[in-house]
Write a protein that binds this ligand. Structure first.
Ligand code: URP
Ligand code: ZN
Ligand code: ZN
Length: 473
């Protein structure tokens, strides 16, 4: 079947151009000048007049149905990928998890079993290594060679859960330097944070706000610095620091990049738009400060009195921040966030946002923070290139998968738990009004979203084995 998307402005990382997009089956057949396309016939025509036509978003950091903090993230692969599609994301890279003592390939199989037949859009996996040892290091090679998993996340936080010490981190980075993997790093000094958190609880400071206050920016910056040093000692492998929230951590990345280190970082919409004061100000109808649990995530939200958000936007402009992901890790307030009443350490960490990333970052375009090209680059093209999905994903060009979003800049969208499609009983962005609306979403040529209707199906989304990163040296 041939589909023609007619009359829109195609936005690739090279910038916007008036063009029509011809799709043949599941792939893009051509990006054509309107004069040339006028001669063509197609089985279906999508009118994109007045709209941007962009590559489907690639969200490189999600946690569907992740077991965490004594509960499980509330979006399944089915609900989470449908919600992603509603917001113009057509590929997710989720995290399979190895906890200490588990066999890595068996863990990957478990995640395949969760996702298979459930996804509305295409998906891939990173692997979290919770137990770096001889066996798991060897498994890295096998996952790259045979399973299409070419990136591995390590944690400097969460001692006793996913934490790796510096020796384990160095060994994994050395292995990656040999096999071409990207090392993703949760960079917070978890040992020091646990001391601060225990001291806070002993003082009776148990409310959600103290989650953020016991994770100071200095401990994100320190861990980021240490991760960069270890990566440079290991030699060669790209280091990708996840969910960056602090100016001080970004400064470490900027300094490393200026001296030529192969270091990258992502941030997430919550750090660009939400602050610690949202937690402080969150009082339920009964004055319950536990409402702040809705915004508990790690790294934490930072204070609006410091220049973090301003610096993160600047980092996105200068490419010191390469990618915007969501770190979508949703928990309902009722029965899930509530596990931490009386002790903030027991609040499951995470914010849901897979549905809203493309629109929240488009709001940055409307606000003059980013160009259209940079919107597409940070949300689709660079994540695809970083994680070995390019040029199949992240660009509208002949031969690419026909993952395409028709985005209406004249629309407005209000974010709310009453209207979102994520399986969450609240929205961290309740009442936010953002510029633009998602009109049509195609996943490999099939309409998933159109005119406010979901036309997709669980099982349409396929596993996409990934190659090596485009950022290997
Ligand atoms: O709070 C967060 N980020 N939860 C998800 C797990 C992680 O560290 O990415
Ligand atoms: Zn993390
Ligand atoms: Zn995460």
């Amino acid at each position: 079947m041939r589909t023609l998307i007619r009359g829109g402005t195609v936005v690739n990382p090279t910038g916007p151009q008036p063009a029509d997009v011809l799709i043949d089956g599941e792939t893009v057949a051509g990006v054509l000048s309107p004069a040339v396309a006028a001669e063509l016939t197609a089985d279906e025509v999508i009118d994109a007049a007045g709209c941007y036509v962009i590559p489907g978003g690639v969200d490189a950091h999600t946690h569907m149905q992740m077991p965490f903090g004594g509960t499980t993230a509330s979006d399944t692969f089915e609900t989470g990928t449908a919600a992603a599609a509603w917001g113009g994301t057509t590929t997710i890279i989720d995290f399979a998890i190895q906890t200490p003592g588990e066999v890595v390939p068996e863990c990957l199989e478990r995640w395949h079993a969760k996702a298979a037949g459930a996804c509305a859009i295409d998906y891939a996996f990173h692997m979290i290594l919770g137990g770096v040892d001889d066996e798991s290091l060897k498994a890295m090679d096998a996952l790259i060679d045979h399973e299409g998993v070419s990136s591995f996340k390590l944690f400097m936080a969460y001692p006793g859960v996913y934490y790796s010490d510096d020796g384990q981190i160095l060994r994994a980075m050395q292995q990656a330097a040999g096999n071409g993997a990207v090392i993703m790093m949760h960079a917070e000094n978890g040992i020091a944070i646990d001391v601060l958190a225990a001291q806070a609880v002993a003082r009776g400071e148990t409310a959600p706000l103290y989650h953020g206050l016991t994770r100071p920016a200095a401990l994100e910056a320190e861990a980021t610095h240490r991760a960069i040093a270890l990566a440079e000692v290991a030699g060669g492998t790209p280091l990708y620091v996840v969910h960056m929230s602090a100016s001080e951590a970004l400064a470490e990345v900027s300094a490393a990049r200026s001296r030529g280190a192969n270091v990258f970082a992502e941030t997430c919409p919550q750090y660009l738009y939400l602050t610690l004061e949202d937690q402080l100000g969150a009082r339920g109808p009964d004055g319950d400060s536990f409402e702040g649990a809705k915004w508990v995530c790690s790294t934490p939200l930072r204070s609006k009195h410091e220049p973090h958000a301003r610096d993160l936007w600047r980092g996105l402009r200068t490419d010191d921040l390469a990618v915007v992901s969501t770190d979508h890790c949703p928990f309902c307030f009722k029965d899930q966030k509530e596990l931490g009443r009386g002790d903030f350490r027991k609040i499951p960490n995470g914010i849901g946002g897979v549905e809203h990333r493309m629109q929240l970052i488009y709001q940055g375009v409307a606000d003059g923070q980013l160009s259209l090209a940079r919107w597409v680059e940070t949300c689709a093209t660079t994540p695809a290139r970083m994680f070995g999905l390019y040029p199949r994903k992240g660009v509208i060009a002949p031969g690419a998968d026909a993952d395409v979003v028709v985005y209406d800049p004249a629309g407005r969208t209000t974010l709310s738990a009453a209207t979102h499609h994520m399986n969450m009983d609240y929205s961290a962005y309740e009442g936010f009004e953002v510029a633009g609306s998602v009109r049509t979403v195609l996943s490999r040529g099939s309409r998933v979203i159109d005119g406010g209707r979901f036309l997709g199906r669980a099982g349409h989304g396929q596993y996409v084995p990934r190659g090596l990163s485009s950022y290997l040296r």
